[in-house]
Each structure stands twice: as C-alpha cells, then as structure tokens.
Design a protein around this ligand. Structure first.
Ligand code: FAD
Ligand code: FES
Length: 292
C-alpha cells in the first residue's frame, strides 16, 4: 500500500479513462446499527461486485454518502482496509442528509463516492508508540487506524486509547469496547464527562484525563479527533506533555462538496481539505491561516 503524505499537494481530480468521480456508486446497506441516540452505523457493500472487489483505500480516507432527494455528505470509512467484507460508516445526526440517512434500513440502497482525501501517515508511525485520543463521533476515524494497527500489531509499539463521551449512552462502538478493554496489547481508557450510576471507568473531561495518563512523548505519535472544543484543549494538553507539533496528527471536519479539489468549498488558505487533508499534523495546521 502506498502512503500519501499528509502534506501532499492537490492531485488532478480526473484521470482520463477512470470512473467519473462525481458519480455515486449504488451500495446496499447490509446492517444498520443504532450506536447512541444520535449516531447510527451503516455497513454497506457496493452493488457492483467488481467495484467492491477493487475498492481500495487507506486509513483516514473518507466517502461521500448520498440519498436521493436528501443530499450528500462526508463520512470517514471507519472499517479498516484490512477487513473488506463491507465498508462501515458511522453517521451522527446533524442536519438534512444525516437525518434522512438515519431512516435507512438493512436492504436499502444509498450512494457512495470515494475513497477521497489523504490518509493517516501510518507508514511513518511504524515502530512508534501511538496515543489515540477520541471524543464522541471523533472516534470514527480513530477506529479505522486503531483496527488497522491491531491487524498489523507487530509494526507498532505500545498503543493507548483514550475515548470519551458525554455519558455512557453517548459512547459509540459500545459492542467493541469490552474487547478493547480486555486486550493485553491495547491500553484502553474510557471516560465520561459527569458521574453516572454503574459507570466503572473514568469520569472527567478528555484533556484532564489525558494529563493524568501522562503519556511519554518519546518516540510517540498522538492521533486525535473530536469536537472542536475538545480538540482545542487536547492539543494544549499534548503540548503541555511536551509533544512536538510534528508528533500530533488530527483530522479536520471542514465542510466539503465535490470532495475532489474542484469546487473550492473546503479550502484553508492554499490547502484543500478534501485533497490535501483531512489528515494534518499540528505542525502543518500551524502553518495554515486560522480559518477553521
Ligand atoms: C473529512 C470529514 C469526515 C467526516 N466524518 C464524519 C463521520 O465519520 N461521521 C459523522 O457523523 N460526521 C462526519 N463528518 C461531518 C459530516 O460530514 C456532517 O455532519 C454532515 O455533512 C452534515 O450533513 P447534513 O446534511 O445532515 O447537515 P447540514 O444540514 O448540511 O448541516 C447541519 C448542521 O451541521 C453543520 N455541519 C455540516 N457539515 C459539517 C461539517 N463538515 N463539519 C461541521 N459541521 C458541519 C452545519 O453547519 C449545520 O449547523 C465528517 C466531515 C468531514 C469533512
Ligand atoms: S470539496 Fe470541493 S474543493 Fe474540496
């Protein structure tokens, strides 16, 4: 697998002889899972068997999901490329398209465009310790990279995950959490914002729990994603822990339209989040205008 760098320059959107990238691929939903009151997960298979067989992507890349008459929006492919039985997307209800997607059931057909964007620099992370810090639906992109690394376990050092949500009911991927907590090759810490009856894990805001965990920055990469306010304080916490901006990787949720570097909807300065991102190091973000 080749790795596109997080700082890759925009690539041509259309390659002669390739499929029209504006054309959604019909995909059948094989499973719709209610994760939380606001998040649903969809497992889909492209209807065209050849397209499904040839679909290849890298951890961190996204797809555009569409429903006829409702719209199209961006979601990370949160199943790893090491598990290709289906493609998985988790959708938090935000507005028109995500509300319509929440009514989708197993057997329904939706549109998928992708893969789009760059990926996590997983080749450069080989041999390093990894600290994942995810909040709410921000756990989706981290899930892809986490499972990819667990499927290639010997390539990486110590792997830690700090995953937080507002309450136990707001924790997505709850079916997988017992396995993540019990693995001896993964240090998994769960936290919620406020005490809740019967909650056996941490209570506290993610940046505070991260400071308590006190991970060493030596030979370590931190990967974080979550709501903007969590990201702001998590980045401050990581800097307090002496992580250099080059050791911090995040993925942006700047709104997209075409997803292929043409419409100009997603730019931050000279960078297009849809082709130069959505994955950036903090060092790269510091070089970009403050337009988020
Ligand atoms: C690279 C990338 C990856 C993403 N991955 C996921 C994912 O895995 N799961 C998930 O649930 N969501 C993800 N999102 C966010 C998702 O694309 C938006 O929530 C979705 O587009 C909203 O569509 P809508 O038609 O329902 O809402 P709209 O009716 O368009 O908007 C509803 C509200 O949401 C806000 N909004 C819309 N788009 C965004 C956005 N991109 N970022 C922040 N606020 C937005 C609007 O300003 C408005 O307040 C991702 C976005 C990007 C750019
Ligand atoms: S979404 Fe069109 S240029 Fe990025």
């Amino acid at each position: 697998m080749s790795e596109r760098s997080a700082a890759a320059t925009s690539r041509p959107a259309f390659q002669p002889g390739t499929r029209n990238p504006y054309l959604p691929m019909p995909a059948r939903v094989i499973e719709a899972i209610t994760e939380t009151p606001t998040i649903k997960t969809f497992r889909v298979i492209l209807q065209d068997e050849t397209l499904m067989r040839e679909f290849s992507f890298e951890p961190g890349q996204v797809g555009q999901l569409s429903l006829f008459g409702a719209g199209e929006s961006t979601f990370v492919i949160n199943s790893p490329p090491t598990r290709m039985d289906y493609l998985q997307f988790s959708v938090m209800r935000a507005g028109e398209n995500t509300t319509a997607l929440h009514s989708v059931r197993a057997g329904d057909i939706i549109g998928v465009r992708g893969p789009l964007g760059n990926c996590f620099p997983y080749e450069k992370m080989k041999g390093k310790d990894i600290v994942f810090v995810g909040g709410g639906i921000g756990m989706a992109p981290l899930r892809t990279l986490l499972l990819f690394m667990l499927d290639n376990r010997k390539d990486y050092g110590k792997i830690s995950l700090l995953y937080g949500a507002r309450s136990p009911q707001d924790m997505a991927f709850s079916a997988e959490l017992p396995e993540w907590l019990s693995r001896s090759d993964l240090d998994c810490v769960l936290t919620i914002d406020r005490e809740a009856e019967g909650w056996p894990h941490k209570v506290g805001l993610i940046p505070n729990v991260l400071l308590e965990m006190n991970p060493s920055p030596e030979n370590t990469v931190a990967v974080t994603c979550g709501p903007p306010i969590m990201i702001k304080f998590t980045l401050q916490a990581l800097e307090k822990l002496q992580f250099a901006p080059e050791q911090i990787v995040t993925t942006l949720e700047k709104r997209m339209k075409c997803g292929i570097g043409i419409c100009g909807r997603c730019n931050i300065g000279e960078k297009y989040v849809c082709v130069d991102g959505p994955v950036f190091t903090l060092a790269e973000l510091k070089d970009m205008p403050n337009e988020l």
